[in-house]
Design a protein around this ligand. Structure first.
Ligand code: NAD
Length: 378
């Protein structure tokens, strides 16, 4: 049995971290057929578009893709490939696990000092709704005729004054999309041996939009009673709790905007972009990718950290039902990080540490480690 997967190397450091992930995935012993496709800058040169139809079709056919980061060209008229991919494939769930690894420097806080950071033993997953909310892209620019008309309608309907030069963004939150994302979060919790789902909202102020999110989340969670614990929290209180006691959280499910902000906050809690994996998942397809971008200034230097992309590969293994291989890969990564020797510059205490290794060397160390790890299943 082998898995046919679309592989998109991407731009900048993308091909280097994608190579590293591919080597590690092959070393798990699982058989792969890589369907390599272009997106991003390389695709523009050949196909005159950063997201060729044949790349999309490959993902639709294979249903699973692993993708390096893609540069969003500035001033060319091309929109973000990442946003386009999510829309075209209806990838409604963005999943970002945030886990602290021994050996990865967690941020120290002023009162705690080094070694006393509260950001240890963090192990949570952000599940962000990807398709609606203020990110749906329904916006009206300031001082346009349509906006002026909308403002006068809104003022009449709501009785609330709106400045005549205001720009307007619309925040759609539906029961349909909320039901889908909360169901996804609960199923994810069950499939990944997680115990609790926290719905994050601001329903005390946004009674209709976030109120509907909360009401729907509660209704969905009731179906999982006894199997997945459920709670809800206000987004502002959640930010404070994440900084004070991140260990209290397990799976968090959020509307689009809060999800975007909190997933970066949580990536910061556990050591930043170098170790933050992710996935965008829909009913028809799933695309696995690191949270970080294409970091063009490091392109071709064999310098950057491949872990975020390798851990995205481990997420892909779990998605495919290959839990054993995923555990082996996760634990090999954890062991190499814990040793702190064969790691890239960003994981050393001093960024100029001459003992830092390159992207390829770190991937090879992880592969070597995979041969010796003994799986400890919790
Ligand atoms: P970036 O994540 O590419 O880089 C910011 C900084 O983070 C880098 O300069 C580097 O210091 C550090 N960094 C990032 N990845 C690292 C790694 N693997 N190892 C070590 N250090 C790492 O963010 P940016 O500079 O804002 O964006 C560059 C380009 O990437 C933009 O065109 C942006 O649109 C794109 N981008 C793409 C994706 C994606 O494809 N999913 C995501 C974010 C940004």
């Amino acid at each position: 049995m082998s898995y046919r997967v679309t592989l998109i190397p991407g731009d900048g450091i993308g091909p280097e971290v994608a190579w590293a992930a591919r080597q590690c995935l092959e070393a798990t012993g699982i058989a792969w057929q890589w369907d390599e496709r272009m997106a991003g800058e390389a695709a523009i040169a050949r196909f005159k578009t950063p997201l060729p139809e044949e790349t999309l079709q490959s993902i639709r056919d294979n249903r699973v893709a692993i993708k390096g980061p893609i540069t969003t060209p500035i001033g060319t008229g091309f929109r973000s490939v990442n946003v386009a991919l999510r829309k075209q494939l209806n990838l409604f769930a963005c999943v970002r696990p945030c886990r602290s690894f021994a050996g990865v420097p967690a941020p120290a806080i002023a009162t705690g000092g080094p070694g006393r950071s509260p950001f240890q033993r963090v192990d949570l997953v952000i599940v962000r709704e990807n398709t609606e909310d203020l990110y749906a892209g329904i916006e009206f620019a300031s001082r346009q005729a349509q906006t002026t008309e909308l403002i006068s309608q809104l003022t009449a309907w709501s009785g609330q004054p709106i400045q005549p030069d205001a720009a307007i963004s619309i925040k759609p939150i539906s029961a349909t999309a909320t039901e889908r994302i909360v169901t996804f979060a609960c199923e994810y919790a069950l499939a990944n041996r997680r115990k609790k789902v926290t719905a994050v909202h601001k329903a005390n102020i946004m009674k209709f939009t976030d109120g509907l999110f909360l009401e729907t989340a509660r209704r969905v969670a009731a179906r999982y009673e006894g199997r997945v614990a459920f709670e809800d929290r206000l987004v502002d209180a959640t930010c404070m709790q994440l900084v004070l006691r991140p260990q209290e959280f397990d799976v968090l499910v959020l509307p689009n905007l809060y999800g975007d902000i909190l997933s970066d906050l949580c990536a910061g809690l556990v050591g930043g972009l170098g170790v933050a994996p992710g996935a965008n998942i829909g009913e028809e397809a799933a695309v696995f990718e690191a949270v970080h971008g294409s970091a063009p200034k490091y392109q071709g230097l064999n310098k950057v950290n491949p872990v975020a992309m390798i851990l995205s590969g481990a997420m892909m293994l779990r998605h495919l039902g290959e839990q054993g291989a995923a555990d082996r890969l996760d634990q090999a990564v954890a062991a190499v990080l814990r040793d702190g020797k064969a790691v890239t510059y960003d994981l050393k205490a001093e960024r100029n540490d001459p003992t830092a290794v390159g992207t390829k060397e770190m991937a090879r160390a992880i592969i070597e480690r995979m041969k010796t790890v003994h799986i400890s299943v919790p």
